[in-house]
Design a protein around this ligand. Structure first.
Ligand SMILES: N[C@@H](CCC(=O)N[C@@H](CS)C(=O)NCC(=O)O)C(=O)O
Ligand SMILES: [Zn+2]
Ligand SMILES: [Zn+2]
Length: 189
């Protein structure tokens, strides 16, 4: 294995705890760490190959899950946070010193409005929901990954028990499409 999908899954996936109470996520600064506190477990945790989601150095994929925004509080050093791209659907709040993304928030009209995107590897606790699937796999090619090795990446995920997609998973894509159809009037609201 010459590359890391993500250090949390390269050697297998450990199931989380259904009754996990949540916990704190911190940035990588050695002092004055930005800290957020999440109540309860995350949902829809997944590997994301897109270029916008934060990933640790040398990993091909981000691992990102969601939590209702009311379950997330910034509990230390909030002043270090800055929004990476104000115009993106997901407003990713990064530590301005170390670059780690603490949470991504959807504020605009969007099917996932009200959810925050978080990286549970920033916690020192075990029990967070394990990744459920791999999303945006082909996006790694846009970042320079050799296209002839993409199928090898998909095989690695399949061996770990994760399905791979080039967008989000079918249930999440269906949720987005349903929201859009209700908004446009093609389906009853
Ligand atoms: N191929 C693009 C895909 C970007 C993308 O669409 N990312 C997804 C998954 S995180 C998304 O929903 N992005 C919304 C956003 O970044 O605001 C890339 O790699 O940059
Ligand atoms: Zn930091
Ligand atoms: Zn992403």
């Amino acid at each position: 294995m010459s590359y890391s999908l993500h250090p949390a899954i390269d050697n297998g996936i450990k199931a989380g705890q259904s009754d996990f109470p949540g916990g704190k996520l911190t940035c990588h600064c050695s002092s004055d760490k930005v800290e957020i506190t999440i109540e309860g477990n995350v949902l829809h945790n997944h590997a994301c190959g897109c270029s916008k989601c934060w990933k640790p150095a040398n990993a091909l994929f981000s691992i990102v899950g969601v939590t209702p925004k009311d379950n997330l509080k910034v509990t230390a050093n909030e002043s270090k946070l800055q929004i990476v791209d104000e115009s993106a659907a997901i407003q990713r709040h990064a530590c301005s010193k170390c670059g780690v993304h603490l949470f991504g928030r959807i504020v605009q009209d969007h099917p996932f409005k009200g959810l925050d995107f978080v990286h549970t590897e920033l916690s020192d606790k075990a029990g967070w929901q394990e990744p459920q699937f791999a999303a945006f796999v082909s996006s790694i090619i846009e970042q320079g990954f050799p296209p002839d090795k993409a199928s090898e990446v998909r095989d690695r995920f399949h061996k770990l028990g994760l399905e791979t997609y080039d967008a989000l998973s079918p249930p999440l894509m269906d949720a987005i499409a349903t929201y859009n159809a209700k908004k446009s009037g093609k389906l009853p609201a």
